[in-house]
Design a protein around this ligand. Sequence first.
Ligand code: AKB
Length: 316
Amino acid sequence: MKNILVTGACGQIGSELVEKLREKYGNENVVATGHKTPPTEKMRKAGPFEYIDVVRKEEIANVVKKYDIGTIYHMGAILSAVGEQKPQLAFNVNLIGLYNVLKVGREQKLERIMVPSSIAAFGPDTPKDNTPNETILRPTTMYGVTKVAGELLGDYYFHKFGVDVRGMRFPGIISSETLPGGGTTDYAVAIYYEAIKNKRYTCFVREDTVLPMMYMPDATKALMDLAEADVSKLKHHCDFNVNAMSFSAGELAASIKKHIPEFVCEYKPDYRQEIADSWPRSLNDSAARKEWGWKPKYDLPAMTKDMLEKLSKKLK
Ligand code: AKB
């Protein structure tokens, strides 16, 4: 088997994905790459690390050649909230960056490219509950626009050039290891940190805002399972809905309060409310379940218990 490269390896999903991939395929066989954020001591010591800017195609091409890469997990991206403030940056990183990865994939005949999409591919006209896999894709954020275009580009490369590109539409991802940066669903991570540190949190979306979410162990498993799925069973490629749990900000606060009774959450919606309101509340993921056996493990109570245990130790 050829080696694996992860872009965005110092980001929220990338950092945990690198660990899981190294556990499974061996430390030396998984090359972590980042743009500006330096890797943790642990990541750098465990295996190879390189800096690349995905906007520069030759930087990706050189690292792919140097390490005899067969699979890229392309996790480097600008998220929704930052994307609204810096649309040109989001366009460059998310779209030009992806296009470069796909071009390198074609030129160097990579075995597989994994590219996450997002619930941000949907928009205010999309059905909000049990959102079908095939539905209206009219996002109202730059991030969402790049995600729809990314899904289409990936499918185009699969059908036109035979590059095996795969991906799923991730909901908000919650993890105890690395903080997300610049997303609309970041409140669902910050709330746990603040509950432990200060017993208070001011949430930037309304109490009744319901969004789909997923715990990180399910997210890394989804990526690795889809990467290993039998291609002959896949009817979809870059646009699988994956559902895990849905809850309102108020329900999230209540689940924390069960463990920390003195915890108080206030709600002061800001510009991110409009973004959250444009996204679905839950997804129909029957295609992912049928085509590659997707099945999440964590619900809200199980996630809250695990998050609070892990963060209490970490923040001691
Ligand atoms: C964001 O909030 O921008 C991301 C996402 C849902 O893709 N977490």
